[in-house]
Write a protein that binds this ligand. Structure first.
Ligand code: SF4
Length: 163
């Protein structure tokens, strides 16, 4: 897996202060995507042990609520295996920290993925510029949903984390 950035003390991509991993690779090609540089899975930097330790150091801080996976798309097919392994390691080492994920895929098509066992909140769907709304919390266009993944899995239907 490759990535473009690790941002710290982020307040815009989930609850509280978070560390955000911006992965490389996305096949959705949303019109007016704000991050087209991240579409190329071969772009950016190799996600190596040093990058992983940088994330772990942040997650060890008391005031950090958790990690957000963004990009690019963490569920781009070439990223799924590595993201899944990383998430499992984070859940084992930092069970009290929350995991948010942004993806261009819709919940209904990815709900059954093993990786969803470890995600707390999923912001799903492609960015649709015609539905852009800057007043929305955590999402860029009104078609996207902020989903409570554990509740959705228990109830067998999509449950929103917030409107
Ligand atoms: S899913 Fe996200 S990163 Fe991918 S093209 Fe759409 S807005 Fe851009």
């Amino acid at each position: 897996m490759r990535y473009h950035n690790i941002t710290k003390d982020d307040m815009l991509n989930g609850d509280g202060l978070r560390v955000v991993l911006w992965v490389s690779g996305c096949s959705h090609c949303c019109k007016e995507c704000q991050n087209p540089i991240t579409w190329d899975p071969n772009g950016g930097l190799l996600f190596d042990e040093e990058a992983k330790q940088e994330i772990f150091t942040e997650l060890a801080r008391d005031y950090i609520s958790g990690i957000t996976f963004s990009g690019g798309d963490p569920l781009y097919f070439g990223n799924r295996s590595d993201v899944s392994k990383l998430i499992q390691e984070i859940k084992e080492r930092f069970p009290q920290k929350t995991i948010w994920m942004y993806t261009g895929f819709m919940w209904e098509t990815i709900a059954a993925l093993e990786i969803m066992k470890y995600v707390d909140v999923l912001v799903d769907g492609e960015f649709i510029v015609e539905k852009k709304n800057t007043k929305l919390h955590w999402r860029g266009s009104s078609n996207q949903r902020v989903i409570d993944v554990p509740a959705s899995r228990v109830q067998g239907k999509m449950v929103l984390h917030c409107q």
